[in-house]
Design a protein around this ligand. Structure first.
Ligand SMILES: NC(=O)c1ccc[n+]([C@@H]2O[C@H](COP(=O)([O-])OP(=O)(O)OC[C@H]3O[C@@H](n4cnc5c(N)ncnc54)[C@H](O)[C@@H]3O)[C@@H](O)[C@H]2O)c1
Length: 145
């Protein structure tokens, strides 16, 4: 099985990738991470020479890249997010962009290009609430247009 991991250089994502590669020899991972300001780009250096692990520096809001990747995987585990609470107060736009628009772009790509075996979204309840509110507003705009 080939898994697309998003945000795989982050705290949870890097541990997830390492665990899967070490424990499940039949699994492959494609990790896409934009390498944000707080991300340690070297967090998976130990997997650098692992044939079953591929890293792509990219953004989940990039629908063209997602279209390509989604058609090459069996499962998606989404962990890409802005997570620093202080930054969310100073710069909420970046949170809306990465967490809400990003998740939406990913879901759209899955819906259009691949009926996956498995989709796991790892988010905080807060993020899901914001995402659902945004989706409802979008739907209302569509309905009343
Ligand atoms: N760490 C925790 O204790 C915890 C607890 C509950 C839920 N969560 C949730 O799990 C998820 C991951 O948490 P974490 O602690 O690993 O976060 P993290 O900040 O360590 O990692 C997030 C990663 O996502 C990447 N990213 C952000 N926006 C992106 C985009 N648009 N495209 C591609 N990559 C992008 C960042 O570069 C970063 O490497 C988050 O949704 C978080 O809210 C975390």
């Amino acid at each position: 099985m080939r898994i697309l991991v998003t945000g795989g250089l982050g705290f949870i994502g890097s541990n997830f990738c390492r665990h899967i590669i070490r424990k499940y020899p039949e699994f492959e991972i494609i990790n896409i991470d934009k390498i944000g300001t707080a991300t340690n780009g070297n967090s998976l250096k130990d997997l650098e020479n692992e044939k079953r692990y591929t890293f792509i520096r990219g953004d989940i809001r990039d629908s063209k890249l997602l279209k390509y990747l989604i058609t090459h995987v069996d499962a998606v585990v989404n962990m890409a997010a802005e997570t620093h609470v202080d930054t969310s107060i100073v710069d909420p736009t970046s949170f809306l962009q990465n967490n809400t628009v990003g998740t939406f772009t990913l879901l759209e790509a899955i819906k259009k290009y691949n009926e996956l075996d498995l989709l796991i979204l790892i988010q905080q309840v807060k993020q899901l609430r914001i995402f659902l509110s945004w989706l409802i507003v979008k739907l209302m705009i569509l309905i009343y247009q």
